[in-house]
Design a protein around this ligand. Structure first.
Ligand code: S3P
Length: 173
């Protein structure tokens, strides 16, 4: 069975939707950031602070290579996974790519609840989000299905993804 891979900017709901989707489909759930934290025994924020972003990206590419070989999994990725084309080649081999999007306001609101995003630890968070989104948008759009989550709950997003899969996807392919 092919994997279902969720990509998208921070705060678009990849983790909460991924968990629901996996449980609805009877798939296992993999959150790549949580795996990186568990394997390296350090939080993402602490990793960025102690070793820098480049080190995190190395850990991320290693993990993506590994989890891409899984089957029957919903994989929620970190927002920067699209920056390295090798990640996307690996994830696409055995996976359907679903891209979650949201407005800058929604992202701002959702990412203000927990202070766990080192890239957003800036004075002007709106400006940072807008700039990063602009740089990344094209890559987030390279997906089998794109969904705007701004006005939807994770449950509604899950329903939309399941309808798409039932309509357009052969998970056995
Ligand atoms: C990042 C997103 C984060 C995490 C890291 C870098 C990014 O994941 O991987 O802080 O570059 O957008 P979430 O999208 O789950 O917040």
């Amino acid at each position: 069975m092919r994997n279902i891979v969720l990509i998208g900017f921070m705060g678009t709901g990849k983790t909460s939707t991924g968990k629901l989707l996996a449980s609805r489909l009877g798939y296992s759930f993999i959150d790549t950031d949580s795996r990186i934290e568990a394997i390296n025994k350090i939080s993402i924020s602490a990793m960025f602070a102690m070793h820098g972003e480049k080190y995190f990206r190395e850990k991320e590419v290693e993990l993506i290579r590994k989890v891409s070989r899984c089957h029957h999994a919903v994989i929620s990725t970190g927002g920067g996974v699209i920056l390295n084309p090798a990640n996307m080649v690996a994830l696409r081999k055995n996976g359907i790519i679903i891209s979650l999007q949201a407005s800058v306001d929604a992202i701002l609101e959702r990412t203000s609840r927990r202070n766990a995003r080192p890239l957003l630890a800036q004075e002007d968070r709106r400006e940072t989000i807008t700039t990063l989104l602009k740089q990344r948008l094209e890559r987030y759009e390279q997906a089998n299905f794109v969904i705007d989550t701004t006005d939807l709950s994770p449950m509604q997003v899950t329903d939309e993804i399941i309808s798409f899969i039932r309509r357009d996807v052969n998970l056995h392919a």
